[in-house]
Every structure is written in structure tokens, then in C-alpha cells.
Design a protein around this ligand. Structure first.
Ligand SMILES: Cc1cc2nc3c(=O)[nH]c(=O)nc-3n(C[C@H](O)[C@H](O)[C@H](O)COP(=O)(O)O)c2cc1C
Length: 188
């Protein structure tokens, strides 16, 4: 027997994306977004939903670009900081001691210390209500060599990303390996 909880923003798992952007003076900013994910394979696109009140909203509209830096478990405190304070009245990079690196492909910074980076140019903006969905075409993925496996691709156990529980507002690490996709469901 299921119980009804009403219309709520409950879905698992959500990412902990740290969006990098520049303001009109070229000041680097970063904010956390859990409302986001992959939304197209060809062209490769990701989406992030941002409230108009955020400094990041202004920056993405202005520069038509953003990055997503994926934190690992070691960077979680800094990532949470990026989700509490606003770049409107804080220099979040100076406060955390993290390093903004200017993307050579889009007009946005990414975070040097985070293991996996997604660089995006804005291709579509969808007004949804309190959130605006920014759809970015992925122009490059960058990752630390230390998080790659034998095939040169990032391995999730080495990246150690974090997921956010929007119900109880908590962070979790990733769980154990359960099986191969497009495989364990096959009928023989
Ligand atoms: C775990 C977590 C998830 C968040 N997800 C979002 C989100 O998806 N969209 C959004 O607009 N704000 C989200 N926020 C809030 C912003 O990160 C926060 O308001 C931030 O201070 C905005 O920074 P800015 O004004 O420098 O852009 C989230 C915060 C946390 C801690």
C-alpha cells in the first residue's frame, strides 16, 4: 500500500553539480545545483535549473556559458559552501581557497581541485516557474588522470562523486557496484 505525499521535488539520486560562471567584471563564481543532469546524447547536452535570484542566473544569461565541476567526497564541505553563500556579496573562491581555471573553450571558469569537469555553451533556456532550466551543449569533458581506469575513461569509484537527497537534505557517497547495464536484464 503506497501513501500519497503530494507534488514534491522528490527524485533519487540527484547530482551535486557545481556550476562555474563569470560575472560582468570577470569575477569567477560557483554555486551548487542538484536540479540537473544529462538531457541529450547527440548533441551531448546537460541541464541545470537555476533560480533567478542567484548570481549564477545573471552570469549564465550574460556569458551564454557555464561549466559543471563534479566534487568528490573530499571536496564536499567546499561544495556545500558554494550552495550556501552568494557571489553577490562574497568571493567564494577566495573564501574556500579553491582555484578557478578559465575554460579555453567557453567563457566560464571550472574548479581545478575537482576531478571531473563539463564545459558547456548555453543553447536553450526554458522558463519553468521558480526555476529556469539552462540547457548547455557539452563542448568538452576534462578529468584528472588519477581518476581514469585502463581504458582512459573516468571510473566512478575513483571519482567518488556525491549525491544529494532532496527529501531529507543530506549528502551521500555512491554505493557499491551492482551489475552491468544493458546486460543484467537480458533474457537468454
Ligand atoms: C545541495 C544543494 C543543492 C542546490 N540546488 C540548487 C538548484 O538546483 N538550483 C538553484 O537555483 N539553487 C540551488 N541551490 C542553492 C544555491 O546553490 C545557492 O542559493 C547559492 O548560494 C547561489 O549562489 P550564487 O548566488 O553565487 O549563484 C542548492 C544548494 C544546495 C546546498
Amino acid at each position: 500500500m503506497k501513501i500519497s505525499l503530494g507534488a514534491k521535488a522528490f527524485a533519487y539520486p540527484t547530482p551535486v553539480f557545481v556550476i562555474g560562471s563569470y560575472d560582468e567584471k570577470g569575477k569567477a563564481n560557483a554555486m551548487v545545483a542538484a536540479w540537473g543532469g544529462i538531457c541529450s546524447s547527440d548533441p551531448v547536452c546537460i541541464t541545470v535549473s537555476v533560480r533567478e535570484a542567484r548570481q549564477t542566473y545573471k552570469n549564465i544569461c550574460l556569458k551564454k556559458a557555464f561549466t559543471v565541476s563534479i566534487p568528490n567526497e573530499d571536496n564536499l564541505k567546499e561544495a556545500d559552501y558554494f550552495g550556501i553563500y552568494s557571489g553577490k556579496n562574497t568571493d567564494k573562491f577566495a573564501e574556500t581557497g579553491l582555484t578557478p581555471i578559465k575554460s579555453d573553450l567557453v567563457d566560464a571558469p571550472y574548479i581545478k581541485e575537482f576531478p571531473l569537469i563539463i564545459e558547456c555553451k548555453l543553447i536553450k533556456t526554458v522558463e519553468l516557474g521558480v526555476h529556469t532550466q539552462f540547457i548547455g551543449e557539452v563542448v568538452d569533458i576534462k578529468c584528472d588522470r588519477e581518476v581514469t581506469g585502463d581504458n582512459g575513461l573516468p571510473e566512478i569509484e575513483k571519482v567518488r562523486p556525491v549525491t544529494y537527497d532532496p527529501v531529507l537534505k543530506r549528502y551521500y557517497g555512491i554505493g557499491r557496484y551492482l551489475g552491468k547495464a544493458f546486460s543484467i536484464g537480458k533474457k537468454d
